[in-house]
Each structure stands twice: as structure tokens, then as C-alpha cells.
Design a protein around this ligand. Structure first.
Ligand code: NAD
Ligand code: UDP
Length: 388
């Protein structure tokens, strides 16, 4: 039976799948659950320790989704129910991870355990039971670009081969062990190697995803509102928090690092293609990003300031940004990726996927969401904080 009349890229009917989605309650998981529920007939076993971001889908599932999605509150570190869920599913997608840079140098043990040790049983259960695995890695496995080791004004820095990141060719270049920032990248690299080796030696059907800064609504948390007051989320939420509180955006080490940002809804299209086209996706590692949306972090701050003024109607501050050192902001052991341009050749060839949304448009949608969702709660929280 086809899944809601869906066909794959080769014209074949897509059979309905049961998908065990680990980390379904996170940013990417919540968007993937929504997409699968809205556009397919696949069944989702949603696994996470939190369900807030998918409450509208699982608590309880609305009548039209009865039997399509169920929530399993469990910690994959130590829960024997995990193996049963993997066995019940045709496909497992593992999104679970500690993946906020502020944790990499301050909680390196938790970071390594979460991204390597805790992922091991998932790989093992898939391999032993002949189940397909889509494992979420990161663009950070590339580390720094080759060009970053050249002098600042060296002409070779402008040559694509010195900075474009290609799945099966580019090296993984991390800093020294004392720069604990790389604990995450290193753990992700080792789990990638393990998944790849299970494919090579034991025939595991796998796909590895390397997200390049996927952003959009529901990413991370706003400190003091739906996350810890002292917590440091990823840059989209940090800058949103600053804008909501009318405080300057903090540029770490001058905001010179460059990133490419892709809209979460574009990226989810790529994941759905991987789910429904196993013959084209298995055995591959895919970059998923938008090379056309490159900015420095400083430019991102300027753009977000301008877009937020438009969507909120509040004029920007006279001094909208301030510089902070990495040590001050993240503590000892922080380091940074200089530039992240994904090579899109492979995903384009295998799955015909291309990102669509320009940065300005995705920031407008996202900041409209942030303003609507958080402005009142931030005001209340600020009043309470000054009253105590
Ligand atoms: P997220 O933090 O929003 O989601 C991760 C989810 O996993 C959370 O809901 C968390 O509760 C859950 N989880 C963590 N440990 C768990 C455990 N032991 N048991 C059960 N659940 C657990 O992060 P995200 O942005 O949705 O990222 C998902 C994946 O994609 C991660 O593997 C991350 O490394 C990778 N990634 C994301 C991006 C991005 O741009 N968002 C970039 C690079 C890599
Ligand atoms: N950054 C910043 N100010 C902030 C938060 C982050 O300048 O308030 C910088 C950070 O140093 C990095 C970039 O923004 O250069 C992206 O950080 P993010 O946490 O989103 O994750 P990364 O892309 O490094 O994985």
C-alpha cells in the first residue's frame, strides 16, 4: 500500500513506514514530526525526555492522528524499552544529542557521552536487527577550513578548494585537546566512523546527515522563559533573546566567523527525501545547508536587528551590538569554525534537493514567531526580576 499516494523519485509507490524517531521532541524532531503527520501516512514512535515542542501532536494526539504518532518518554542512556522500539520500526532516526556550543567546553564529558556513547546502542540495535538508520551528525565534523591556516590576505583563501566542505573528500580539522570545543565534533566524527564501519562490515543500511546551521521557529530556548536563566543557546536564540530584552547583541571575538543558514522547512524536505528514497540515500553522508545564505556573525546581527525592528515596530538601539571575548562569553577552551560552505553536489545528484529560502525571508518568519511567542513572557520575567 502506498503512503498517502506518495511516490519516490523513481516513480515507485512509497509504502507506509513505522519510524522510531529519537530526539523527536527537539527543534528538528518537532518539525520532522509535523511534516510526517501533515503530508504522509508514516507512523512515528516519538522518543525523547521532553515533549513540549510536540505537545500539539502527542498530548494527546488529535483525533485525525490517532494511531499515527505515540510519545515514549525515555532516556536512551539507560532504558531497556529502546531496543523494542527500534525492533518495532522499519527505520530509526537518531537526533538525540547535546548540541549547544556553550556545553562543548564546559560539559565536555556529557557532550562526549551524549554524542558517542549514548548513540552506540542505537547503532547496534539497528545493525543486529537489520533495520535502517538515519543518523544526525553535524557540519562541525569538518572543523576548520584548510584556508584558515593561511595568512589572512593569502589569495588561495578565495579558492573554493580551500574552503568548500565536501562529504567524501574534505578532511576533518580540529583544534588541540585543550580546546574542548572540539569534544562535540570529535564524538560526532567517531560515531560517523562507527556507523560507516557497520555499513561496510555488517551491511547496516545507513544515511548520515550533516546539518549546516538549520534555523527557524522552536529552535532552542529563551533564557529565563523556557530555559535556564544562565543558559546559552545557539546564536539564533541568543540574538532573539537580546532583541526581545532590548539589549545589545553580543559578538563573540568580533563576529568575524562565517556561517551559512538554512531554513528548517527547506532542510526537512531533504530529510523526507532521504526517508522515502532509501535506494538513493543509503550508504551516503549528506551535507544539508544553503551555500547562498552566507554571512558573518556580525552581518547576521545587523540583519536580525533590522528585521526585528520591522516585525516588532520597535526602533533599534543606538548601539545594537557589543563585542565580547570568547573567554568571557563561553569560558576557557572555546574555539570556533571559521567558515562553513556546504558542497551541494551529492545531495543534488542523489535526491535532487536544493534549498529555497533566502536568509532575509527566513529571519522575517522566525523573528515574527519569536516576537509573538515570547515578547509578553520576556516582559513579565523582566518585571519579576527587577521586583526581587
Ligand atoms: P535539540 O537539542 O533541539 O534536539 C535534541 C533532542 O534530543 C532534545 O529534545 C533532547 O531532549 C533529546 N535528547 C537528548 N539526549 C537524549 C537522551 N539521552 N534520551 C532521549 N532524548 C534525548 O537539537 P536539534 O537542533 O533538533 O538537533 C538534532 C540533531 O541534529 C542533533 O544530533 C544535532 O547534533 C544535529 N545538528 C543540528 C544542527 C542544527 O542546525 N539544528 C546543526 C548540526 C547538527
Ligand atoms: N555567537 C555570537 N554571539 C552569541 C552567540 C553565538 O557571536 O550570542 C557566535 C559563535 O561564537 C559562533 C556563531 O555565533 O561563531 C554561531 O554560533 P552557534 O552557537 O549558533 O553554533 P555554531 O554555528 O558555532 O555551531
Amino acid at each position: 500500500m502506498a503512503s498517502g499516494g506518495r511516490v519516490d523519485l523513481d516513480g515507485g509507490a512509497v509504502a507506509p513506514l513505522t519510524i522510531c524517531m529519537i530526539g523527536a521532541g527537539g527543534f528538528i524532531g518537532s518539525h520532522l514530526c509535523e511534516k510526517l503527520m501533515a503530508e504522509t501516512q508514516h507512523v512515528v514512535l516519538a522518543v525523547d525526555v521532553y515533549s513540549d515542542k510536540i505537545r500539539h501532536l502527542v498530548d494527546p494526539p488529535p483525533p485525525h492522528l490517532a494511531g499515527r504518532i505515540s510519545f515514549h518518554r525515555l532516556n536512551i542512556k539507560n532504558d531497556p524499552r529502546l531496543e523494542g522500539l527500534v525492533k518495532m520500526a522499519d527505520l530509526t532516526i537518531n537526533l538525540a544529542a547535546i548540541c549547544t556550543p556553550a556545553d562543548y567546553n564546559t560539559r565536555p564529558l556529557d557532550t562526549i557521552y551524549s554524542n558517542f556513547i549514548d548513540a552506540l546502542p542505537v547503532v547496534k540495535y539497528c545493525s543486529e536487527n537489520g533495520k535502517r538508520l538515519i543518523h544526525f551528525s553535524t557540519c562541525e565534523v569538518y572543523g576548520k577550513t584548510i584556508g584558515s591556516f593561511l595568512p589572512k590576505d593569502h589569495p588561495l583563501r578565495k579558492e573554493a578548494e580551500f574552503y568548500v566542505l565536501t562529504e567524501d573528500e574534505s578532511p576533518c580539522i580540529f583544534g588541540p585537546i585543550v580546546k574542548q570545543r572540539w569534544s562535540y565534533a570529535c564524538a560526532k566524527q567517531l560515531i560517523e566512523r562507527l556507523v560507516f564501519a557497520e555499513g561496510a562490515e555488517n551491511g547496516l543500511d545507513f544515511t548520515i546527515v550533516r546539518p549546516f546551521n538549520w534555523i527557524g521557529p522552536r529552535m532552542d530556548f529563551i533564557p529565563g522563559v523556557d530555559g535556564p536563566s544562565e543558559g546559552v543557546p545557539r546564536v539564533l536564540a541568543c540574538f532573539s533573546n537580546n532583541l526581545l530584552r532590548r539589549e545589545p547583541l553580543k559578538l563573540v571575538d568580533g563576529g568575524e566567523s562565517q556561517r551559512t543558514f538554512v531554513y528548517i522547512k527547506d532542510a526537512i524536505e531533504a530529510v523526507l527525501l532521504m526517508i522515502e528514497n532509501p535506494a538513493r540515500a543509503n550508504g551516503h553522508i549528506f551535507n544539508v545547508g544553503n551555500p547562498d545564505n552566507e554571512v558573518t556573525v556580525r552581518e547576521l546581527a545587523e540583519m536580525m536587528t533590522e528585521v526585528y525592528a520591522k516585525v516588532s515596530g520597535e526602533p533599534p538601539l543606538e548601539e545594537p551590538v557589543i563585542d565580547v571575548s570568547a573567554k568571557e562569553f563561553y569560558g576557557e577552551g572555546y574555539d570556533d569554525s571559521d567558515k562553513r560552505i556546504p558542497d551541494m553536489t551529492l545531495i543534488n545528484k542523489q535526491l535532487g534537493w536544493n534549498p529555497k529560502t533566502p536568509l532575509k525571508d527566513l529571519l522575517e518568519t522566525t523573528l515574527t514567531y519569536q516576537h509573538k511567542t515570547y515578547k509578553e513572557a520576556v516582559k513579565t520575567q523582566m518585571c519579576l526580576a527587577t521586583a526581587t
